[in-house]
Design a protein around this ligand. Structure first.
Ligand SMILES: Cc1cc2nc3c(=O)[nH]c(=O)nc-3n(C[C@H](O)[C@H](O)[C@H](O)COP(=O)(O)O)c2cc1C
Length: 195
């Protein structure tokens, strides 16, 4: 078995097909973006890359703010729709019957149906070619309290998060590990040492 060599492309997967909300001049809009990620831990920084011809592009550029609403499988149809229709011609919040929720810091609405919403303030715009990369500080994180247990633990595995890979949407499946589990000492290792 061998790998075929393909020309350069954007096949990195899975990536999150996030719903980005933005507002400008009293108008709210949603754009689906898969070119989105974390670029720094402290301060928490993210990016979203948007083509200049998107209606959302000028809204984010002018307002300097946006919200990243993380994708849940329950709203995947709306996520696809918001990536196929432009806010120039239609009100995507109304079309998808998505609920606007007031954000705590920024002046654009969050999507209530999304389990996690990141409020972002743009710090830099990098022109890359086809897309402009909006680098931003994450200024607040909003998590749906229905996934927080009585001990304050947030159960992200219950959020039904969705992923995007090579043009297709997937529901995240079963948990197969957690950070550092491969090097975690087992109770039996301590017993061995003591002997
Ligand atoms: C799954 C998916 C991912 C997308 N990712 C991006 C992206 O990262 N950047 C971008 O500019 N457009 C992306 N698009 C296309 C925009 O969402 C689409 O052009 C949208 O209609 C733009 O809306 P607007 O004109 O209201 O801003 C994506 C579309 C889909 C369906």
């Amino acid at each position: 078995m061998a790998k075929q060599v393909w020309k350069p492309g954007t096949i990195l997967a899975p990536v999150p097909p996030v719903l980005v909300s933005c507002s400008f001049n009293g108008e709210d809009n949603l754009i689906t973006a898969a070119w989105c990620g974390i670029i720094n831990s402290e301060p928490a920084k993210t990016y979203v890359s948007i083509r200049p011809e998107r209606y959302s592009h000028h809204m984010i550029k002018e307002s300097g703010e946006f919200v990243i609403n993380m994708p849940s499988s329950h709203i995947i149809r709306s996520i696809d729709y918001c990536g196929c229709r432009s806010g120039k011609n239609t009100d995507k919040f109304a079309d998808c019957k998505l609920t606007k929720e007031k954000a705590s810091v920024v002046n654009c609405p969050m999507v209530a149906e999304s389990p996690i919403s990141l409020e972002c303030k743009v710090t830099d715009i990098v022109h890359l070619g086809s897309h402009d990369m909006f680098m931003a500080d994450i200024v607040a994180v909003n998590v749906d309290e229905k996934y927080i247990d009585e001990k304050g633990k947030f159960h992200i595995e219950k959020c039904s998060l969705a992923a995007y890979a090579h043009g297709q949407y997937f529901a995240l499946g079963k948990k197969i590990g957690s950070f550092g589990y491969s090097v975690k000492k087992k109770a039996s290792d301590n017993k061995k040492k003591k002997r």
